[in-house]
Design a protein around this ligand. Structure first.
Ligand code: NAP
Length: 312
């Protein structure tokens, strides 16, 4: 019997590296075709594994992409970049998957449920809306099956350097609204394990989410309480305004500096996470029972307080 192959584009990225590790440790029958524009950036231990083959390909080089996709039963897109990459780059990859008869395409999502957004509501989610529509079109003609993994946000991002309002060094946690708005979150590694299980499971198609399986739903005030229990140090909660104030601020900042996402992106995430409109539907509680859930408190327990300022 020939080996099963899973292809991963953007294989040197943070999430992709964790997905590869889980597949190698748990699915020795699966070979990984890792696709990277800079193969030297792939984790050396993974690159040297006999079950991993690395293919160099830019996002626009269809023939090089096809080399990496050849024989794969599923492809995972782990790109993270500008909207051109996330839309046109993914379309090129999907077309290459179809050319190579890859049965399933796992889109570069790992998001809250963006199907509740209109184009323009969240600038960096527009590509996901376009790619979902593109894949639906391709599915109608039975060319490929789409898979979308939804995890809310990554805990490392919400309680880390990406969120300028969470400031453990200054012992301050700023929020908008009442501070009681729940936010849905999953750790990078738990989302990666869930994704690896999906990649290995030919029956996993459509929108699959981590909530109740892996993640947690906690408000800013509950996050601060968990922080205090684990690190025995209080975070001073500081309200910056209402949710309407947040909406006005993020929209104005985006309009002023659309080309500087780090000035507005965290506010867009927080606004939509806290709105409650994009929550995940807990559909997959019994899927992959071997995957163990981790909540915010367990996440804090797994890290030193100092390390929260780093994504790694
Ligand atoms: N919900 C959340 O809170 C959240 C937060 C972060 C990420 N995510 C999602 O998680 C997924 C992976 O994120 P990550 O943090 O693992 O990303 P990452 O570590 O930044 O990796 C991104 C990958 O994309 C590749 N890439 C970037 N620009 C490229 C280009 N122009 N052409 C080809 N490849 C390019 C990178 O290659 P190079 O190293 O060569 O640039 C790298 O392999 C994405 O779908 C992202 O949307 C979700």
């Amino acid at each position: 019997m020939s080996a099963r192959i899973v292809a991963i584009a953007g294989v040197n990225g943070k999430l992709a590296t964790l997905i590869v590790k889980h597949l190698l440790e748990n699915y020795p029958e699966i070979k990984i075709h890792g696709i990277a524009r800079s193969p030297e950036k792939v984790d050396a231990a993974l690159r040297d594994s006999p079950n991993v083959e690395i293919f160099e390909a830019s996002a626009s080089n269809t023939s090089a992409l096809r080399q990496g996709l050849k024989g794969a039963e599923a492809a995972i897109c782990c790109y993270l970049g500008n909207n051109e990459l996330m839309t046109e780059g993914q379309k090129t990859l999907i077309d290459a998957c179809i050319d190579e008869k890859v049965a399933r395409y796992i889109a570069s999502d790992w998001s809250f449920d963006y199907r509740g957004l209109e184009l323009g509501d969240h600038p960096t989610k527009d590509p996901m809306i376009h790619i979902n529509a593109y894949l639906e079109e391709k599915e109608k003609s039975r060319k490929i099956k789409a898979v979308h993994v939804l995890n809310g946000s990554f805990m490392e991002v919400v309680m880390g350097p990406f969120n300028p309002f969470f400031q453990p060094k200054a012992q301050v946690y700023q929020y908008w609204g009442t501070g009681d708005e729940p936010m849905e979150m999953t750790t990078y590694s738990d989302a990666a394990v869930f994704t690896a299980e999906i990649a290995a499971d030919p029956s996993a198609v459509g929108f699959l989410n981590t909530i109740r399986v892996l993640g947690d739903r906690k408000s800013a005030k509950q996050v601060a309480e968990a922080y205090e229990r684990v690190y025995e140090e209080k975070l001073e909660l500081e309200c910056l305004g209402s949710m309407d104030d947040l909406k006005s601020k993020m929209t104005a900042t985006f309009q002023q500096v659309p080309e500087e996402p780090y000035k507005w992106i965290a506010m867009y995430y927080l606004f939509h996470m806290c709105s409650g409109k994009l929550w995940l539907k807990p559909l997959h509680t019994s899927r992959y029972p071997g995957v163990k859930p981790r909540d915010v408190e367990a996440y804090f327990k797994s890290r030193s307080k100092e390390s929260l300022s780093s994504l790694h």
